[in-house]
Design a protein around this ligand. Structure first.
Ligand code: BES
Ligand code: MN
Ligand code: ZN
Length: 493
């Protein structure tokens, strides 16, 4: 797909399909009025005649105009009052879907030049590329039979005044990088656990490094993990026939003197719960328990696609959480790489057990900041639902930067409390602490557990259990929080 900023006058442009937004009430905005003038009042007549109600996300295709503008896709923007970032993105998603369906080979988004409070030209353009990227994404399905035809859309322009063209171009370039990274994340999340094993993830990282200059990959196997003293990580893989992997991806886009941001991603390729086994219903969803790892891969792929001027390191502990005669049992005590001992009271609280050792490993990079990303707790899903990623941090500046990145991109996260009180339920008579407390405040207690491994680090924890995948008809990986992480990292460039 090719994206470009279009700053020529509409009369001088040829396009297969112009995409334009119209608010409820029928009064055309500047972009729609301009198009309407070019088409001899056709758009205004349709809206006035009541053929199109302009409800948010509604679309109407005017086919076969047989002019330099081949057809027009009208997109409802809803009420002008309350028009904002969120409604703009919803309109774009609807437009992208309809555009692919109509089979246009190229399109010009006049909608991208629409004024949206709080969204500048850069983000307006970036969201266009992200929306097209998400709409053209195809699940790597294992269905036999005829595949749906590849999308015909090949070129997408975003209309802009000449003065804003550079911002639009930059937004489009970044949006494409985010879309490419999001596709990596969605692919990995959507693959079943019998394909996407820890070994597969390690090989995938090596493949990324072959495709992108600037990425360096190291994949450690069980003997090396053992030598590092990662007894906590190893306790999770103990019941599995699949060998574990510690995957390290370094991206160097800035000078050697710049401390990297380290991203640590939970890479449980399947979570049965272990001996503390999960109920059967919905257990298939636990193939997404490597969503944190997938978002680390996707974010680094996005940075490398762009050649972003930042230093970042991805660290992914990857293994399965299975049951067998060798599996870890409730009550077992294990020693983490940090030296602290842990009583494993519940083998289903395994994410924190692999993350804590990966966090300790990350110290060798002397990170400017460390962000872990994990489908960590069902409690976070209950607390925040599918809307917000949970955020915990021991550093206000870092937390504010992540919250702001979430607001700018619409990939929102919400700060939650990090307090010693939430560590109290972890008290143990047999080890330094246990891996679980009671049911209450489960997401905060999990963050409190990780906190014990972050002394002296600027650290944030993102619990993406509710946001990494979509349910219902769109069941599958969402690609979150790649847009958030990418934005956060680009602000540091
Ligand atoms: N991977 C799960 C968390 C999860 C649950 C993610 C539902 C997405 C949807 C995690 O390993 C887990 O099992 N957590 C337990 C922790 C509990 C035993 C303290 C949970 O949330 O039930
Ligand atoms: Mn679990
Ligand atoms: Zn899990």
């Amino acid at each position: 797909m090719e994206f470009y900023a279009e700053s020529r006058a509409l009369a001088r442009v040829r396009t297969d399909c112009a995409v334009v937004g119209v608010h409820e009430g029928g009064e055309l905005g500047p972009a729609a009025a301009n198009l309407d003038a070019t088409l001899g009042g056709r758009v205004a007549r349709i809206v006035r005649g009541g053929d199109f109600a302009c409800r948010l996300g509604e679309t109407l295709l005017l086919p076969d105009l047989g002019r330099s503008i081949g057809r027009v896709l009208l997109v409802g923007l809803g009420a002008r009052k309350g028009w904002n970032r969120r409604s703009y993105r919803r309109a774009l998603n609807a437009a992208a879907g309809a555009l692919l369906k109509c089979g246009a080979k190229d399109a010009l988004f006049l909608l991208g030049s629409e004024a949206v409070p709080e969204v500048d030209a850069y983000y307006r353009a970036r969201f266009v590329a992200e929306a097209i990227g998400n709409a053209t994404y195809r699940i790597p399905d294992l269905k036999t039979g005829k595949k749906p035809p590849a999308p015909k859309l090949a070129r997408v322009g975003v209309a802009t005044e000449r003065a804003g063209a550079a911002h639009v171009s930059r937004g489009l370039e970044h949006g494409q990088a985010v879309a490419a990274g999001t596709a990596v994340t969605r692919d990995l999340g959507n693959l079943p656990a019998n394909v996407c094993t820890p070994t597969y993830l390690g090989n995938y990282a090596k493949k990324l490094a072959r495709e992108h200059r600037g990425l360096r990959v190291q994949v450690l196997g069980e003997p090396q993990i053992r030598r590092l003293g990662m007894g906590s990580f190893l306790s999770v893989t103990a019941g599995s026939e699949q060998p574990p992997r510690l995957i390290v991806i370094e991206y160097r886009g800035a000078g050697a003197g710049t401390a990297p941001v380290v991203l640590v991603g939970k890479g449980i390729t399947f979570d049965t719960g272990g001996i503390s086994i999960k109920p059967a219903a919905g257990m298939d969803e636990m193939k997404w328990d490597m969503g944190g790892a997938a978002s680390v891969f996707g974010t680094l792929a996005a940075l490398a696609t762009l050649g972003a001027e930042v230093n970042a390191v991805g660290i992914v502990p990857a293994c399965e959480n299975m049951l067998s005669g060798r599996a870890t049992k409730p009550g077992d005590v294990v020693k983490s790489m940090s030296g602290q001992t842990i009583e494993v009271l519940n083998t289903d609280a395994e994410g924190r057990l692999i993350l804590c050792d990966a966090i300790t490993y990350a110290r060798r990079y002397k990170p400017a900041a460390l962000v872990d990303i994990a489908t960590l707790t069902g409690a976070c899903v209950v607390a925040l639902g599918p809307t917000c990623t949970g955020l915990w941090s021991n550093d206000d500046v870092l937390a504010d930067a992540l919250v702001a990145a979430g607001q700018r991109t619409g990939d929102v996260c919400w700060r939650m409390p990090l307090l010693e009180e939430y560590q109290e339920p972890l008290k143990s008579n047999f080890a330094d602490f246990a891996n679980v407390g009671g049911r209450e405040g489960g997401a905060c207690v999990a963050a409190g557990f990780l906190w014990k491994f972050t002394d002296g680090l600027r650290w944030a924890h993102l619990d993406i259990a509710g946001t990494a995948w979509l349910g219902g008809a769109n069941k599958g990986s969402s690609g979150r929080p790649v847009p958030l992480l990418f934005d956060f990292l680009m602000r540091r460039a």
